[in-house]
Write a protein that binds this ligand. Structure first.
Ligand code: ACO
Length: 325
């Protein structure tokens, strides 16, 4: 029986030029390279230049993904962009990307699930393609988290960075087996009771300001490993796949210790874990596509590889995706 799946046909990314090291941050707040590396694994992050917006980063990542797919922007009929740092309160950043790419047909919209945003966007686009309403989707994670950080707060400002990554998905019909290329499962969860543990203390309807990121790091950490392991086990149960089948584990890049603990809990070999948090910091919705682009760009991820993604973010939201590249 033929089954329609969303197949990854292109992958691209873009990072701002400006590299900010831990030593640079130690000049601004009371912190040290040793503390940041030991607690998070982060050594440096990219920070957008003045005037460099989320949509500008996203457009460059999208162009790279479309070129990698051997397509033209006009071949895309759906843009789903995950961000918590849009250019404007409205319209969506996705529509800015659509305009930047010169596309005037199809649909473009944002999804907001903070650090889980890319997995949410992937699941959304997948369902549109499987339903048959659209043929080729750009799925983008793009952020300028530097704009919502409190640069006086050493407990948060050292953790985040800016960037964008994108995939092109194409609806293709396969045999219906586990060997098919494409998205095999997506699982999404949320629990809105945890607002106080990770949020931005502003917004159009509450304060009429943009606000700054606030986080109870220890609490987020505590929930992360359990939630992430659960949502991955759910993906394994749903597909019949197991840890040994995974060629590459590409987690949200928030903290090296969360990644290591999750991989250990699931018995995923460390050699199959893609880690970019060292160079990118936590780029929220951009972190998974940036990690995918890194491992695809250096030849680790190849056609036919089974890739497991997971993320957790503000809300809380969390999710997983199993994709045969
Ligand atoms: N430099 C030096 N010292 C610091 C810094 C810093 N940048 N930040 C905090 N400290 C101090 C604290 O003040 C505290 O000092 P005290 O003992 O004198 O009070 C001490 O270091 C320990 O602080 P903790 O918060 O207990 O440190 P912890 O080991 O929990 O690490 C961290 C903090 C890195 C934030 C960790 O809790 C974490 O990674 N949590 C998960 C955060 C996360 O992943 N968030 C993102 C997920 S969702 C999303 O991506 C939006």
């Amino acid at each position: 029986m033929s089954v329609r799946r969303s197949v990854v046909v292109g992958c691209g990314h873009h990072l701002p030029e400006n590299v900010v090291t831990n030593a640079d941050l130690a000049k601004r707040v009371d912190t040290s390279d040793e503390w940041i590396i030991e607690r998070t694994g982060i050594r440096e992050r990219r920070i957008a230049a003045e005037g460099e917006t989320t949509s500008q980063l996203a457009i460059k990542a999208a162009r790279a993904a479309i070129a990698d797919a051997g397509l033209e922007p006009g071949d895309i009929d759906l843009i789903v962009l995950a961000t918590a740092t849009p250019d404007y309160t409205f319209p969506s950043t996705a529509t800015q990307v659509q305009a930047g790419l010169g596309i005037t047909h199809g649909a473009a919209f944002d999804v907001q699930a903070v650090c889980s945003g890319f997995v949410y966007a992937l699941a959304t686009a997948d369902n549109f393609l499987k339903a048959g309403s659209h043929k080729r989707a750009l799925v983008i994670g793009a952020e300028t988290f530097s704009r919502i950080l409190d640069w006086q707060d050493r407990t948060t400002c050292v953790l985040f960075g800016d960037g964008a990554g994108a995939l092109v998905l194409e609806a293709q019909d396969g045999e219906g087996g586990i060997a098919d290329r494409g998205i095999h499962s997506t699982h999404l969860r949320s629990d809105g009771r945890h607002l106080d543990k990770l949020y931005v203390d502003g917004g159009p309807s509450s304060t009429m300001t943009t606000g700054h990121l606030r986080m109870e790091g220890k609490e987020v950490f505590r929930h992360a490993v359990t939630n992430l392991a659960d949502i991955i086990e759910e993906a394994f149960r749903a597909t019949g796949l197991k840890a040994d089948d995974i060629a590459w584990f590409v987690p949200h890049q928030a903290n090296r210790r969360i990644i290591d603990a999750t991989a250990k809990k699931l018995s995923i070999d460390p050699s199959r874990v893609v880690i970019t948090v060292e160079k990118h910091g936590n780029t929220s919705a951009a972190s998974i596509p940036l990690a995918l682009a890194t491992a695809y760009g250096d030849g680790r991820i190849k056609k036919g590889d089974l890739v497991l993604m997971e993320a957790m973010g503000g809300g809380f939201t969390w999710g997983s995706a199993l994709v045969r590249w």
